[in-house]
Design a protein around this ligand. Structure first.
Ligand SMILES: C[S@@+](CC[C@H](N)C(=O)[O-])C[C@H]1O[C@@H](n2cnc3c(N)ncnc32)[C@H](O)[C@@H]1O
Length: 240
């Protein structure tokens, strides 16, 4: 993981099992303005790093639901919750597709997600579900990967062939933000935007690791240099 995404204080709250599995590109619990007692859902929670940080913010009165479609990840996240001493808290970890989170309408204050939605072909469906489960006035706080401009379609296809490498599903930022507006969100505030360095790009293209994702050709990586960024943003659910 990139240790710089989290403060030293935050890192001390997270056990090794979650740190080792951290594959994010931001720290959504850190900029979601989470309040005590809130209900927070983490889309694609992985090994649970942001679930743990959000749990500390909502406190004993709050509730966290971590969703990941990989049972191995949910198992690790459960271990991480125990290791963090949070087993008495109201934390549910469920194996589910975040496009079908199986939660009731308007039951959630905040949806966070860290470097996951870019992987999904139907991103609009994910934001529509986020909108459906959020209370009116609820918010999303998202870290994700976007393109600064459209990339050549053959190049994009080659990255998609290395699924689940984290670049294949990235779309241009303006297209991404329009999709969020169409899902019922407004007041989009970009908290940070960072153009990936060549080293970050390479790590992202091979995410979650070279043993799972073949290394892309050097010239393909060079071709996307300067065109991929991580963004962190918040947006509020409004009624249509
Ligand atoms: C790049 S990792 C990020 C994990 C975590 N958010 C973090 O910051 O470490 C992507 C995660 O999303 C999960 N994932 C991918 N597609 C998903 C989907 N459609 N529904 C739920 N989880 C998904 C993967 O299993 C993996 O744990």
């Amino acid at each position: 993981m990139d240790q710089h995404l989290y403060s030293q204080g935050e890192l001390t709250l997270v056990p090794e099992v979650a740190l080792n599995l951290s594959r994010g590109c931001g720290n959504p619990a850190g900029f979601a303005d989470i309040q005590s007692g809130e209900v927070v859902v983490d889309f694609g929670c992985g090994g649970g790093i942001d679930v743990i940080l959000a749990a500390h913010k909502v406190g004993p009165q709050g509730r966290i639901i971590g969703i990941d479609f990989a049972p191995e990840m949910i198992e690790r996240a459960k271990q991480a919750i125990e290791a963090a001493g949070l087993q008495e808290r109201d934390i549910e970890l469920r194996v589910a597709d975040m496009a079908i989170p199986q939660l009731p309408d308007s039951c959630v204050d905040v949806v966070i997600s860290n470097c996951v939605i870019n992987l999904i072909p139907d991103k609009a469906a994910v934001y529509q579900e986020a909108s459906r489960i959020l209370k009116h006035g609820g918010r999303v706080a998202i870290s994700d990967i976007v393109l600064t401009e459209k990339i050549d379609s053959e190049l994009k296809e080659r990255f998609q062939a290395t699924w689940p490498g984290c670049l294949g599903g990235a779309i241009p930022e303006d297209e991404y933000l329009n999709m969020i507006r169409e899902a019922g969100f407004a007041e989009i505030r970009i908290v940070a935007r960072h153009l990936l360095t060549p080293m970050e790009l390479e790590a992202m293209a091979c995410c979650p690791g070279e043993e799972f994702t073949p290394h892309p050709a050097k010239e393909d990586l060079i071709a996307v240099q300067g065109k991929v960024s991580s963004i962190k943003f918040r947006a509020i659910k409004h009624l249509h």
